[in-house]
Design a binder for this molecule. Sequence first.
Ligand code: HEM
Length: 440
Amino acid sequence: MTKKEESKMATAPVLDTSATESGEKLPWKVVQCPHEWDVTRPEIYVEDRWHPIFKEMREQAPINKVEGSGFGSFWNVTTLKAIQHVEALPDIYSSSFEHGGITLVDDEALDEPIPEDERIVMPMFIAMDRPKHTEERRVIAPAFTPGEMERMATDIRRRTGELLDSLPVGTAFDWVDKVSIELTTQMLALLFDFPWEDRRLLTEWSDWAGDVELFRTEETRKARLAKMFEMGAYFQRLWDERKNRGEAPDLISRMIHSPMKDMNQFEYMGNLILLIVGGNDTTRNSMSGYAYGLHSFQDEREKLEKNPELIPNAVSEVIRWQTPLAHMRRTALKDHDLFGAPIKAGDKIGMWYLSANRDETVFDNPDKLIVDRENARRHLSFGYGIHRCVGARLAELQIRVLLEEMAKRRLRPNVVAEPIRVAGCFVHGYRSMDVELTKY
Ligand code: HEM
């Protein structure tokens, strides 16, 4: 792929404000729990039966309010256009941790509510509004420019190739552990210049940090907190070591030497967690989604094997089809008419990317992974607007290189048993997946 094409792949679409101008309305309604439309229930993801639930919402009331769930009351926004609209209005729909942050977890609605003095907030720029968000994003963004991608590409290809050459052919192994986790964790270790032999700690911390289910009980909350302290102490050591080392391209040094002199220790830690979780679960689950998705649609797998030039498009399609983060949350700062739905100040909004990416008014036959889908790049897996994923280019590069190196070796991943899926409404992916490689 040329540099221009590569840069195009990660460019944010232009903000769409046409809906406000046209005064367009959508059906909306309010439902009480227990209700099928409570899509915060972990079982619908672990049992992979969320598709008809979101489809019904898109058909009957694309914007709807669920009252009394284990995560409190919240609005579901389920179509692509409506989500883009919310994301295009960041001054009305806040991401800030001060208003509750980016997941639907609700400290007060939980069966075992979190006492006020135990609510530890790690500020991170994904959960900040302008102008602070802009300022902190600027510190990180230079690590993900097309130039940086070019600098990293050779190394990513070499590491991916070496890993693939070490895998058994014809014997089952866990693809999630051996391929998806290993490749993404190596990448993060390089980005942070993290001690190589300890790199699996990054996976462990990321799993603990990104699991919204752990908030539900005091016991799991405390266990999570202990892990976060362990991570904090480790990174504190790295920070102290690097403070006097001078400028360097790793993300920790970038933060230390950033023009933002007042990034305090909590912000430093928060942003590290953001980068570890942001870059880990997501890319990992896209790599696993590639194996599972193409195994599920073997005609498409054959098409890709015969036409490797389709790989860049297939990368976008895998990311659409998998949708590694099921939702992001916003909180309304004032009353707002959202396509006719009466949003009130303080309301929580769940923007379900998982549903937007299956929106049949945008994607034909949306449940099928189609490697040459013309508008695959319209997916919302990376979000939209000012918070659109800063690591999108890097994620696409890693996944593209994996597909290209598989194709070069004519290797095909065959899924030999149903995967174990993540139980939770935030990270949408796989805990393990047994795969056998064959040559084609
Ligand atoms: C933001 C998805 C890979 C770092 C986001 C958002 C989504 C997302 C949905 C929030 C968008 C919003 O609120 O509008 C993904 C997916 C990935 C991926 C699906 C892989 C397929 C990465 C990687 C990194 C990363 C590799 C870094 C190593 C971040 C950061 C933000 C972010 C720092 C915050 C951006 C902001 O608030 O301005 N990502 N991400 N992500 N992502 Fe990613």
